[in-house]
Design a protein around this ligand. Structure first.
Ligand code: ADP
Ligand code: MG
Length: 702
């Protein structure tokens, strides 16, 4: 083992084809210092020069292809930035276009009608017609023929390329390194998995990820390395989770009398099947004697609050207290007002604590919490204050989780010094399953994937700005029916002056179209003080205003059942999950609700996909999946979420099936052999030890 350690720790200067100067560049530019670093610097794509494709064989999925053929004609099209040179290229199986936007004059001079060309680049189709934009074009008569092969392309900086450290040079160094490293590369997966999933060996995978013999080997190498990466990712998460469960005891809530009383006597509707299932999952957790750490995800309006309340009743019915924390005062009020009648009917004491709770009231609250007289406390961040101490806090529920950090969660833990409270985190931003598995592998996840019966799906349409008068007409019609309307403007950065101006312009044009005294219009944005925002929101709730012009500050959780229309201005500037969240502000009452997305005419294809997805479905999980495909996992979760960002080769948007297999394998192995002591698991144990001792750096490889 030490022998292996030293080999992959060898500084890059030791590699003959690099030497000290180039090594220094690699240190500085790419943070590569050792053999291990370099060998794990995988290509980000490959140039397929291994064969020629015919035009009839081209596919959009090809990252690149070379085609042999002749130029039939070419001409300049378009004007300004759209000006381009288009050539018609043919090989007898079909035709495609070669397109240049830059260097038109020069290229046009070099083109010839006679002679054979090799065109190389990324094929793209539009209406069944393929084209390559800015192809590499060689005349076979005059140009040097490209050596046939499959070439790695590494992510390199301009500086490296200037010093002749291009992909070709790296590939050469890599070959040398791989030859030396060969005897030091050991298998890191147990034989049973390699056999079960027909994976290639670690050695073959490492070789072929850099210097693939052909496409087939490359695919196998990628699959093997992705599996390995996800397997160890899951192994770590599951191991952490098992340890966590062992470390922290939790209160047992066995008695269900109080909950059943509520369920049978007071609950005003039937729970959905999904709600019932989640309640059973929570109850099972409360019987284990271990602390619960559970994420509850459910689409907007799926009925998370009542599930949370029933969980509170389980705690209270067993002599513990519960708290429910919301990200804003409006939301805390909403929860409190919704739950108070139930609490009253059962003779329970419920309280509310927010930034605006006055001192006198606080003193009483603190006392009631400490004496145990108060059963449930609802509130905002104020719940985290040190002065808030309970007699026996048994359950903490955090609503709309993405606004809270880990540190705050830890603070809640400390509110019971004897046994940490159970934690239930609720979110209305569904996360695709693959992401949930990696991000929250150490949390248990419950899902409400069903809406209460009788909900009318929100009708969603996309309108161009030009049709504004039609939209205004529709708004008027809804307002006459007594409904209320949200109009939302993007304000990505609350300080962006232009956005602010758009919002104010919109507000004014709204005032012209919906004049007083017939209509009252409110406005809500991030520059307002908290109490101003609250006042404005309350005016809308009380129907003192009919239209609320706002930025995305209304995104989270607000419940105004009478609001039935959501107009989203400049919808092209919102992300998909944000659009869905905004839409979730309507459709909360019995009336048919509408979401109207307004945009200009210029839309990228991603934007079109976003808008079409919104129009097609109301299902948050489906939307989250599309969002993941469009944006990739990093963007979706923010860079602070490590675990996803650590992945070097696996792609959560595409590798769902591999992830599932890797997770099941990790689970099975840990179940059979939690300490990894069986001889057949030696490769796993070695790998885990290596990573623990040396960090992730080169440990993954040896
Ligand atoms: P969210 O999951 O977005 O927090 P809420 O808990 O606010 O959703 O529930 C939305 C509305 O649906 C509330 O008015 C709630 O009373 C109602 N509701 C919840 N569950 C059901 C159900 N099973 N049947 C009918 N209405 C329900
Ligand atoms: Mg909610």
């Amino acid at each position: 083992m030490t022998e292996r350690t030293t080999f992959f720790d060898t500084p890059l200067t030791q590699l003959r084809s690099l030497g000290p100067q180039r090594t220094e560049l690699l240190n500085k530019e790419l943070n590569l210092f050792t053999f291990g670093d370099l060998i794990q610097y995988y290509p980000f794509r490959y140039d397929d020069r291994s064969r020629y494709y015919t035009i009839s064989e081209l596919m959009d999925s090809m990252s690149s292809a070379q085609v042999r053929g002749r130029l039939r004609e070419w001409f300049v099209e378009g004007e300004g930035p759209k000006k381009r040179l288009v050539g018609t290229f043919t090989d007898g199986t079909g035709t495609m276009s070669l397109v240049w936007f830059q260097g038109i004059t020069y290229i046009e001079k070099t083109l010839r009608r006679d002679g054979e060309y090799i065109a190389y680049g990324k094929p793209q189709s539009f209406n069944g017609q393929f084209s390559i934009i800015h192809p590499e074009l060689e005349n076979t008569a005059t140009g040097p023929a490209h050596e046939p092969g499959f070439y790695p392309v590494y992510n390199l900086t301009e500086k490296l390329r200037r010093r002749h450290l291009d992909s070709k040079a790296i590939a050469k160094a890599m070959r040398q390194l791989l030859e030396q490293a060969w005897p030091h590369i050991h298998e890191t997966l147990p034989a049973e998995l390699i056999e079960k999933y027909r994976l290639i060996s670690k050695r073959d995978a490492i070789w072929n990820i850099h210097l693939p013999q052909h496409q087939g080997w490359l695919k196998q190498a990628q699959r093997r390395l992705k599996f390995e990466e996800l397997f160890y990712n899951q192994l770590r998460l599951i191991k952490n989770k098992l340890m966590q469960k062992e470390e922290f005891p939790g209160q047992i809530f066995r008695d269900t009398t109080l909950m059943k009383h509520f369920y049978n006597e007071l609950l005003p509707f039937e729970l959905t099947g999904a709600q019932q299932r989640v309640i059973r999952e929570l109850y099972a957790d409360f019987l284990t004697g271990k602390q619960m750490n559970r994420l509850l995800q459910g689409d907007v309006g799926s009925g998370k609050t009542i599930v949370a309340f029933i969980a509170c009743l389980m705690a209270i019915g067993n002599g513990a207290q519960a708290c429910l924390m919301a990200p804003t005062e409006i939301l805390a009020d909403q929860h409190y007002n919704g739950l108070k009648p139930f609490a009253d009917a059962m003779g329970l004491t419920i309280g509310i604590l927010t930034g605006s709770t006055n001192k006198k009231r606080r003193v009483v609250l603190h006392e009631e919490l400490q004496s145990g007289k108060m059963h449930v406390l609802v509130g905002t961040h104020a719940l985290l204050e040190d002065a808030v101490q309970y007699k026996n806090l048994g359950l903490c529920i955090i609503d709309e989780q993405h606004r809270f950090g880990v540190a705050q969660r830890a603070k809640l833990w400390g509110k019971n010094e004897t046994v940490p409270p159970h934690i239930l985190v609720m979110t209305a931003t569904p996360i695709p399953r693959t992401l949930a598995m990696t991000l929250y592998g150490n949390l248990d996840v419950s899902t409400i994937d069903e809406l209460p019966k009788g909900r009318k799906p929100i009708k969603t349409v996309h309108k161009f700005d030009k049709h504004r008068s039609e939209v205004f007409g529709f708004m008027r019609q809804q307002l006459e029916l007594g409904r209320q309307v949200y109009v939302v403007y993007p304000l990505i950065e609350e300080s962006e002056k232009l956005d602010y101006k758009d919002l104010m312009d919109g507000y004014e044009s709204m005032q012209r179209a919906f004049p007083r005294p017939q209509y009252e219009i409110g406005i809500l944005h991030g520059k307002m003080l908290p109490y101003e925002k609250d006042d404005e929101m309350k005016r809308f709730l009380k129907r003192e205003t009919q239209i609320l012009v706002a930025t995305t500050v209304i995104e989270v959780g607000v419940n105004v059942p009478n609001a039935s229309v959501m107009v989203i201005e400049s919808a092209e500037r919102f992300g998909l999950s944000q659009l869905h969240q905004l839409r979730g502000r309507v459709g909360r009452g019995a009336e048919q609700s509408y979401c109207i997305m307004m945009t200009g005419y210029k839309l990228s294809s991603d934007t079109r996909t976003r808008l079409e997805t919104m129009v097609r479905t109301n299902n948050g999980f489906e939307i989250a999946d599309v969002d993941l495909q469009l944006r990739g996992p990093g963007d979706l979760t923010g860079t602070q979420q490590s675990g996803v960002m650590d992945l070097m080769i696996a792609d959560l948007a595409k590798d769902g099936p591999i992830l599932t297999a890797a997770r099941e394998s990790a689970q099975a192995i840990l179940q059979e052999d939690p300490e990894l002591i069986l001889p057949q698991h030696a490769p796993v144990r070695n790998q885990v030890d290596n990573v623990r001792k040396h960090g992730n750096n080169w440990g993954r490889i040896s």
